[in-house]
Write a protein that binds this ligand. Structure first.
Ligand SMILES: [Zn+2]
Length: 606
């Protein structure tokens, strides 16, 4: 996240005639409209002035670029957006200038020599190709294309407006620009500043990284993408990638715009931050087989799909091999293949393809009526007038212990986002459809309706304990929550994580870096002696007075037809769980090996 007062240098490199000047004109206008101070440094103009007398040897060209870079740096650090349009053929000196300036977006304005020659209004390419012009870049002088530009413009295929939209999207994603309100299907932010001051203010927190990076395309763009995707190499997504794609589409993974590249992945693995320093805890990667990776080139576009349906287009920035064992060890804190997250990761292909995605359609999922996007939850919170909202993550039915924590929080904050995870979980977790019925029953009878929003969280469960707790908190900030409940052993499994690890992991970051207030709770329970819900912080009595049941014990009781204690689970919730358990036993008995969901398709609420 760049410092607020700094500007940015947008460096356009590419052959003469590729379109740097026309892009510069439109980009200047767009940035001006957004209230930014803009300065253009045109390579030819600088040669007329600052670099008068320099020739076209490599040395002189490098000197020219260093001078441009020096000026751009001075302007950038004073909050100016500098657009440099210079052929700048040599990679090393461009990288040197990138290092100097720091806030630097490299744009490769790419165009084939054939197209340039065909377009050649001044006849320069014809003359160069005929040998009449010496030191003509791309013909009689080298051009070293950037290896990893932030933006690559294909000026033979893209319009100027598309190129500028791509550059603006990167500036938004990197936090240099606030997104245009209700713009063109790209990010829509809620933090108000500068030219957007007319819009309704909101007390809700800024999304992680500053803006909501919504990757779902508007209908017109989606139609274009769909047509394009028909001719692109397909990549089939698995359950994890599908849920990641859905989260990317709706902006839940802001500031991510796609699947992580190698630098970000290693940085996330080793220091729980993206390469730019923003806190991020889980790898969001797209694994592919080595053979597939070997065929892909940066700039190439891929059609991401599932079950014969195209969902998104990814622009490849890179492919890379990653060390699965090392990644598992760092992310999960264990290499034990019995850990479900580790097992899953070790079974993935050891190569990954990275790049931003443009989503044509969100993957179809269950509970469409509860699938609220961050844009929607934020709008609902605003409408309800909530200034503070606590998010509650769960993959379980809400027993009275959870209800207690939520209600303790509700004594302080305006609203509760009950946000159960409904992506892939372990086989023995209670199916999402059963849980949703439990939540509905609970909310109907035991919560004030105007204080709770129920929505589903379409993420897969990683069981990464502390790392996943961070992820769950940051993502809930994107949904508009100001507070987040972190219980003991949040997102844990088995006994891989220490009791308080998921709470303590946040201590290594500043509150500003996390940007959502954590409510750290002890386990709660009903105590007979207290005759109330309590925790070890409030109850002085011994274990024998406390009604505490493990998930396994609950299962056993349900299976044996025993009633769950009313102090443990509300009777209406217990009844739904009991029915579901009977269903499950019956299904298992009738159809060995089939999942518990089989029979319940279409089964109404009873
Ligand atoms: Zn007690």
């Amino acid at each position: 996240m760049p410092a607020a007062k700094r500007g940015c240098t947008v460096w356009l490199t590419g052959l003469s005639g590729a379109g740097k000047s026309t892009i510069t004109e439109l980009l200047t206008a767009e940035l001006g409209q957004r209230g930014k101070k803009v300065e253009v440094l045109d390579g030819d103009e600088v040669r007329e002035n600052l670099s008068k007398g320099l020739g076209f040897s490599k040395e002189d060209r490098d000197t020219n670029i260093r001078r441009i870079g020096w000026v751009a740096d001075r302007l950038t650090r004073n909050g100016v957006f500098v657009i440099v349009a210079a052929i700048s053929p040599y990679r090393a000196v461009r990288d040197e200038v990138r290092q100097l300036i720091g806030d630097f977006i490299e744009v490769h304005v790419d165009c084939s020599l054939e197209v340039l020659t065909a377009r050649d209004v001044k006849g320069l390419y014809a003359r160069a190709l005929a040998g009449e012009l010496k030191n003509f870049t791309g013909v009689s002088d080298p051009y070293e294309a950037p290896l990893r530009p932030e933006v690559r413009v294909d000026s033979a295929r893209q319009t100027v407006a598309e190129a500028v939209a791509d550059i603006l999207a990167v500036l938004e994603a990197e936090g240099y620009l606030k997104p245009a309100l209700e713009g063109n299907g790209r990010a829509r932010g809620f933090e108000l500043e500068g030219p957007f001051q007319g819009a309704a203010p909101s007390g809700l927190p800024a999304p992680h990284g500053g803006v909501l990076t919504v990757r779902l395309a508007e209908p017109a763009r989606a139609a274009e993408l769909e047509a394009e995707a028909a001719g692109l190499p397909p990549i089939e997504l698995d359950a994890w990638a599908l849920s990641d794609l859905e989260l990317l589409a709706v902006g839940a993974l802001s500031p991510l715009t796609g699947f992580l590249g190698e630098a970000d992945l290693l940085s996330v693995r080793d220091r729980i931050r993206l390469a730019n320093g923003t806190v991020w805890s889980l790898p969001v990667i797209l694994p592919v087989e080595a053979e597939t990776a070997g065929r892909l080139q940066p700039g190439q576009r891929l059609a991401l799909g599932s079950a014969g349906r195209v969902l998104a287009v990814l622009t490849v920035t890179e492919t890379y091999a990653y060390d699965r064992a090392q990644l598992a060890a760092r992310v999960y804190g264990t290499s034990d293949p019995a850990h479900p997250g580790v097992a899953r990761l070790l079974a993935q292909p050891p190569w990954a393809v990275a790049g931003p995605v443009e989503v044509i359609r969100v993957p179809e999922g269950s509970f469409p009526e509860y699938r609220l996007t961050p844009t929607q939850t934020r709008a609902i919170f605003d409408e309800l007038g909530w200034k503070t909202v606590v998010g509650f993550q769960t993959r379980n039915p809400v027993h009275r212990a959870h209800e207690y924590l939520q209600k303790v929080a509700l004594e302080q904050v305006d609203g509760l986002l009950l946000h159960p995870l409904v992506g892939e979980t372990k086989d023995d977790d209670i199916p999402a459809r059963v849980r949703i019925r439990c939540y509905e029953a609970l909310l109907q009878h035991h919560y004030p309706p105007e204080r709770v929003v129920l929505a589903v969280f379409p993420a897969s469960m990683r069981y990464a304990g502390p790392r996943e707790a961070i992820f769950h908190a940051l993502v809930r900030k994107n949904y508009g929550c100001t507070h987040f409940i972190v219980g003991r052993d949040h997102a844990g499994v088995g006994s891989y994580y220490g009791t308080y690890e998921a709470q303590e992991v946040f201590d290594q970051f500043t509150p500003q870096e996390i940007g959502i207030q954590l409510l750290k709770f002890e386990h709660s329970f009903y105590c007979r002696a207290c005759a109330a819900m309590a925790t070890t912080r409030t109850c002085p009595h011994n274990q024998g007075q406390r009604i505490i049941l493990s998930g396994t014990r609950v299962r056993q009781m349900l299976r044996a037809g025993e009633a769950l204690p009313v102090e443990f689970t509300r009777p209406d919730v217990a009844e739904i769980l009991r029915e579901a358990e009977l269903d499950r036993v019956e299904v298992d008995h009738l159809q060995p090996g089939s999942g518990p969901q089989m029979r319940s398709q279409g089964q109404g609420k009873t």
